[in-house]
Write a protein that binds this ligand. Structure first.
Ligand code: NAG
Ligand code: NAG
Ligand code: NAG
Length: 246
């Protein structure tokens, strides 16, 4: 019947379509790419299996920008006019690699605002892939621990820890001498006009704690970590002395 024919035809067509699109694809990295501010970085992207894409239109875009074009290659050359101004003069393809299907983008002098999700695509082949770039600040300062007060009720000293210059937002941990997590107050986070984060937190160190205390500030996505140790005078005498003086 005509219905059966139609079904058969559409089966055949969709099968054919699947085959033809599955034979090559654009592939990005499985992990986010991490870069420090001011570094140069490569955003990886390639066609698999490898084929010459020199004659194709190639686009690197960010859908959250307007204009969204980071880098465009067309008719065998870079198309400069459409490019988002914030990337002007800071991007390049590896032109000799295009014949191997490598459309990786080099981004020079990375800025905090470059962090985001990039799309690498061959629009006419309807193939694309995403590359996430995480930009980290290299301005993070070592944590500074200060004595902030005495907790008479709990018989302990209150320490404060602060660290500035972070991006992305880090977490702050207090550890005792054995590496156990201490339960501390909430971490306060401030974001400066430079977009960098300052974090601080307080903890009450009681007599029962071993007295080598660590404040660690870390950013897991970028593997950055800074820490500072403080030796709290832990003897009963010192605690009593300090508490009585307040
Ligand atoms: C693409 O080229 C860049 C720059 O030479 C290189 O780092 C990257 O490994 C290449 N990727 C592939 C899949 O060959
Ligand atoms: C305190 O502990 C840290 C590790 O948690 C260690 O590196 C440091 O040497 C210790 N300091 C003292 C004075 O014991
Ligand atoms: C972070 O460190 C781990 C283990 O040391 C490593 O496997 C991972 O690739 C690192 N990540 C980054 C973004 O450097």
């Amino acid at each position: 019947s005509w219905l059966q024919k139609l079904i058969n035809t559409s089966f055949f067509l969709s099968f054919f379509f699947l085959l033809s699109t599955a034979d090559s694809q654009v592939v990005g990295p499985h992990q986010p790419v991490v870069a420090l501010v001011d570094d140069d970085v490569i955003l990886p992207c390639h066609v698999e299996p490898a084929e010459d894409v020199t004659a194709e239109i190639l686009e690197w875009t960010r859908s959250d920008l307007n204009p969204r074009f980071v880098h465009v290659w067309r008719s065998g050359q870079d198309l400069v006019n459409t490019r988002n101004p914030s990337y002007r003069g800071r991007t390049s393809l590896f032109i000799n690699e295009l014949k191997r299907g490598n459309i990786s983008l080099k981004l020079f002098r990375v800025k905090l605002s470059d962090g985001g999700t990039y799309e690498c695509s061959i629009p006419l082949m309807e193939k694309k892939s995403f590359v996430k770039l995480v930009v980290a600040s290299d301005a993070a300062t070592s944590p500074v621990i200060s004595l902030s007060g005495i907790d008479k009720n709990r018989g302990g000293v209150v320490l404060q820890c602060e660290s500035a210059g972070w991006y992305p937002e880090p977490e702050l941990l207090w550890l005792d001498g054995e590496g156990n997590l201490l339960s501390a107050g909430p971490t306060e986070t401030l974001r400066g006009p430079d977009d960098l984060y300052t974090v601080s937190s307080r903890v009450t160190v009681e007599k029962r704690h071993s007295n080598n205390i660590t404040c660690r500030v870390q950013q897991r996505n970028t593997n950055q970590s800074r820490e500072t140790h403080i030796h709290v005078p832990g003897s009963n005498y010192i605690f009593t002395f300090m508490i009585e003086r307040l």
